[in-house]
Design a protein around this ligand. Structure first.
Ligand SMILES: [Zn+2]
Length: 176
């Protein structure tokens, strides 16, 4: 019995290994048309963020705003039309930005159109299928501002404050 289990596990592991070798990025958009199909958002922003990320916090909201801003600047519906390379600290709370970018842009780790590398401050480079791109960064004073707000009013209220503000207060156009 134990031998059979070992054999089955070995086959499963080998199977996983085989799929891992096929790492080309597939365009698997099954919706009609192309990547330009709009995805209809049906839930309020605050609910979307909270249900996806588990709480409302400053960095997830900042990332959400970054994703929306990129779609707006590049006139892109996001999701299947875009890829994004995110540079960010890899520990929360700053890394919560990555979840926000996924939600705002529609680019996700599962679709393989979002990659993350370690960096000192939130910075994201967005590319569309049309060949256009934009770099967005957090303003340099954002981490300190966020740290003070969390002390003063707490995590959730800090996130809500950022959600209500204009994205330009916190996000800058960066150099490519
Ligand atoms: Zn968070």
């Amino acid at each position: 019995m134990r031998h059979w289990l070992v054999l089955i596990c070995a086959v499963l592991v080998t199977g996983c290994g085989q799929t891992d070798t096929q790492e080309t990025l597939q365009d698997h958009n099954h919706r009609e048309g192309s990547g330009m199909v709009e995805v209809e958002v049906k839930t309020p922003e605050l609910t979307r963020i909270e249900e996806f990320h588990g709480h409302i916090g400053p960095y997830v909201v900042l990332g959400y705003k970054m994703g929306l801003m990129a779609r707006d600047l590049l006139d892109s519906p996001g999701y299947f039309d875009m890829t994004v390379e995110v540079e960010s600290p890899l520990t929360p709370p700053p890394s919560c930005l990555i979840d926000g970018i996924q939600l705002g842009s529609g680019c996700t780790t599962g679709k393989r159109n979002l990659t993350v590398t370690k960096g000192p401050i939130g910075r994201a480079t967005f590319h569309t299928k049309k060949g256009t791109s934009v770099v967005l960064c957090l303003r340099p004073d954002v981490p300190e501002k966020v740290r003070l707000w969390i002390e003063e009013i707490g995590v959730e209220k800090s996130g809500k404050r950022i959600l209500e503000a204009s994205p330009e207060e916190y996000i800058l156009l960066g150099d490519e």
